[in-house]
Design a protein around this ligand. Structure first.
Ligand SMILES: C[S@@+](CC[C@H](N)C(=O)[O-])C[C@H]1O[C@@H](n2cnc3c(N)ncnc32)[C@H](O)[C@@H]1O
Length: 291
């Protein structure tokens, strides 16, 4: 048990002014919309950090986060606390069927049967999406394809990236994974009381985790991607930020590369070098069109 759990903390409510200081930072540095209606949510999320530091006032916490020492140590925890990292294995499963049935055969035809494909899980959270892609790619190879692949997984949340690198998940997270795939790609803990699984070294070695903030001016990768999963991130951004982020992502994609977006996200009306090919699936084109 956390020693602080036994202490009673009475937090002072967050003032409108302090909320707007946090909100300005979150919106300008992370791109995440922070209307006044999110004040309660932000208070709740920051409380755990404040408790662990023994701070009861949001003003004091703000001053600490942006002090020279806080910028070194606390800022990354604050960012972890304010990002929403909800994810799942095989989330929006139709995308993985489309990948196998349409995208991979097409890329094998255009890029060569034995091409090395580069995939990007952009806003990967704790790695479930990237490992799902790795399972699907590996299954495709086992069915006779010579395509090889590498997967980049990026996020701003350091805590999420650490979880992804470890590749250890609670057993109750693996329900969307079929029994066959579980047997092949997940290892049970030797200590059965732990009720966790770890993805196999084969999958772990296929995924490279890296910190990347979508608000950077450009995304520096040494080669372009063939397939990008950019799902359930846009919803947190306002429209101009969505469009500028997508444009930077497009610059990292080869001509003819595919982009998957989340089912509740719409790119319609944005001027981007993308053409829609199926519901929430796009292909990089060389001309700007209204998607
Ligand atoms: C809801 S999760 C989506 C995870 C996964 N793509 C999926 O669909 O299941 C959104 C992720 O976007 C990340 N994110 C939010 N703002 C970001 C930014 N400015 N730069 C990079 N990642 C960001 C969050 O940390 C979070 O892990």
């Amino acid at each position: 048990m956390d020693p602080n759990d036994s202490q009673i903390f009475i937090f002072e409510p967050m003032s409108r002014r302090t909320f707007s200081l946090f909100a300005d930072f979150i919106q300008s540095e992370l791109g995440i919309k922070m209307p006044e209606s999110k004040r309660t949510m932000i208070q709740t999320r920051l409380r755990k950090r404040m408790r662990s530091l023994g701070i009861i006032s949001y003003d004091d916490y703000y001053d600490y986060v942006f002090s020279p020492a806080g910028k070194e140590t606390e800022l990354i925890h604050m960012i972890d606390a304010v990002t929403t990292n909800k994810t799942d294995f095989f989330r929006e499963p139709a995308h993985f069927d489309y990948l196998t049935d349409k995208v991979l055969p097409e890329l094998a035809r255009n890029r060569g049967e034995a091409a090395r494909l580069r995939l990007w899980s952009a806003g990967c959270s704790s790695g479930e999406e990237a490992y799902t892609i790795a399972m699907v790619m590996n299954e495709y190879r086992e069915k006779g394809s010579k395509l090889t692949y590498s997967i980049y997984a990026t996020d701003i949340s350091v805590n999420s990236l650490k979880k992804g690198i470890m590749g250890i998940y609670d057993e109750d997270r693996i329900a969307p994974i079929s029994m066959d795939l579980r047997k092949k790609y997940l290892l049970k803990s030797k200590n059965r009381e732990k009720r966790v699984v770890r993805v196999t070294p084969l999958l772990r070695s296929a995924v490279k985790f890296q910190r990347l903030n979508f608000m950077e001016d450009e995304y520096r990768f040494n080669q372009k991607f063939d397939i990008v999963f950019f799902r359930n991130v846009l919803i947190y951004f306002d429209r101009p930020t969505q469009e500028s982020t997508l444009l930077k992502i497009c610059r990292c994609m080869r001509q003819g590369a595919y982009l998957f977006s989340g089912h509740s996200e719409t790119l319609s009306g944005m001027k981007l070098p993308l053409e829609p090919v199926a519901s929430t699936v796009y292909r990089r084109s060389n001309t700007f069109t209204n998607t």
